[in-house]
Design a binder for this molecule. Structure first.
Ligand SMILES: Nc1ncnc2c1ncn2[C@@H]1O[C@H](COP(=O)(O)OP(=O)(O)OP(=O)(O)O)[C@@H](O)[C@H]1O
Ligand SMILES: [Mg+2]
Length: 253
């Protein structure tokens, strides 16, 4: 097995009396499309916050490609290739689709500025934005204002914004939330295709079990901040602890 992109060791986080993460040990290998599931309040978003640096753990360590990043700020993690999207739509509504992707791309390129002549740089960025929009299926919407996109396409655009950072590992927090089934299928097909390209490793938080079981190579189950299951879809279906948490939900059948 290759070495993990991200590894967390005995990660803990509480909010008052609420245990949001309890002794979480996890490793994410490159190329494995993974879902994180669990009931509301299980600690899924908290975990992503701890991985991405939005939250500091009470204790434990976060390693990215073997380096300790537990205390690194968000932007440094992004530069290393560790990115996330949010549970709530997070695009710039008054900007075009093109600019939504171009702005983060330019921001990240700032450091490389001296390496290129301005003209080359701009051509390069323009091409890269178009390429990203092609990959997420929004190339025809370059001039559309983000606010005019459907909810599903706004979420796709978020994936595009995240891809602009060239992530090695990308966490998507409920990318299908609030979508109709057509939009859902579109974004899932996209995630599957992008994952298949092999550049970015995707980890998604998802509530819909049909989606989880059809999409994922690996499923992680959280309950009260504890990892109660971690394995293939088949292993998760047959995990007694997981079945107990989802008891009565025929979706496990
Ligand atoms: N900033 C915060 N301050 C206080 N409590 C918080 C905070 N963030 C999360 N919590 C609590 O921690 C627990 C885990 O929350 P979290 O948002 O991680 O769950 P989740 O699995 O993402 O849930 P959902 O499926 O509803 O998105 C919940 O009880 C939540 O109320
Ligand atoms: Mg959440």
């Amino acid at each position: 097995m290759s070495s993990p992109l991200l590894e967390v060791q005995r990660l803990n986080k509480t909010f008052g009396r609420v245990v949001a993460a309890h002794n979480v040990d996890l490793a994410f290998q490159p190329g494995v499309l993974t879902s994180i599931i669990g009931p509301n309040g299980a600690g899924k978003s908290t975990l992503i916050n701890l991985f991405s640096g939005s939250l500091a753990p009470d204790s434990g360590r976060v390693l990215f490609e073997g380096k300790d990043i537990t205390h690194l700020p968000i932007h440094r993690r992004i530069r290393m290739g560790l990115c996330r999207s949010f549970q709530i739509v997070n695009v710039f509504p008054r900007l075009t689709v093109f600019d939504n992707v171009q702005i983060p791309l330019l921001a990240l390129r700032k450091r490389a500025r001296r390496l290129f002549r301005a003209v080359d740089r701009e051509k390069d960025v323009h091409q890269e934005v178009v390429e990203i929009l092609n990959r997420i299926g929004l190339a025809r919407e370059v001039k559309t204002l983000a606010s005019a996109l459907s909810h599903g396409d706004q979420r796709l655009l978020e994936v595009g914004i995240a891809l602009a950072a060239g992530p090695k590992l990308l966490f998507l927090d409920e990318p299908t939330a609030g979508m109709n089934s057509v939009e859902r299928n579109k974004i899932l097909e996209n995630i599957k295709a992008l994952s298949g390209e092999g550049w970015t490793t995707f980890v998604i938080v998802e509530h819909d079990m049909d989606i989880v079981f059809s999409l994922s190579e690996r499923v992680i189950v959280l309950h009260h901040g504890v990892v109660i299951g971690d394995g293939t879809t088949e292993e998760i279906r047959n995990n007694p602890k997981v079945r107990e948490v989802y008891l009565g939900e025929e979706v496990m059948e």
